[in-house]
Design a binder for this molecule. Structure first.
Ligand code: DGP
Length: 113
């Protein structure tokens, strides 16, 4: 299987601004920011999307969300932020490697488009 673009970022095969990393997840700046702060946090193991996570991925999913909140705090999103997971075609997912968008630095609208 060929590597996803996010696996290549994790492997440092393509450049990215990595803001957090541990054994299980990595967080880096989105190349096409939709807010003043826009970071993606991904599991290092390339689960394609949350809808394809397996029962034994539950601890990893919890870790991903917990670390998303830590990263948001670390980069100074004290006024709040939005976490987004796009799942599949209708969800607007364009990279088939599970990722949580961390968006902040402006007031978010609801409902999303
Ligand atoms: P989604 O549409 O939910 O699949 O979001 C994918 C995001 O990935 C999108 O906001 C742009 C970002 N992205 C795509 N390619 C790259 C890349 O090469 N580097 C970085 N840092 N982000 C990327």
């Amino acid at each position: 299987m060929s590597k996803t673009i996010f696996e290549k970022i994790i492997a440092r095969e393509i450049p990215s601004a990595i803001v957090y990393e541990d054994d299980l997840v990595a967080a880096f700046r989105d190349v096409s920011p939709q807010a003043p702060t826009h970071i993606l946090i991904v599991p290092k193991r390339p689960i394609p999307r949350v809808g394809e996570a397996q029962a034994d991925d539950q601890a990893l999913l919890g870790h991903l969300l917990f670390k998303a909140a830590e990263v948001a705090q670390k980069v100074g999103l004290t006024g709040g932020y939005r976490l987004v997971i796009n799942n599949g075609r209708d969800g607007g997912e364009s990279v088939p490697h599970l990722h949580v968008h961390i968006l902040g630095g402006r007031s978010m609208k609801w409902p999303p488009g």
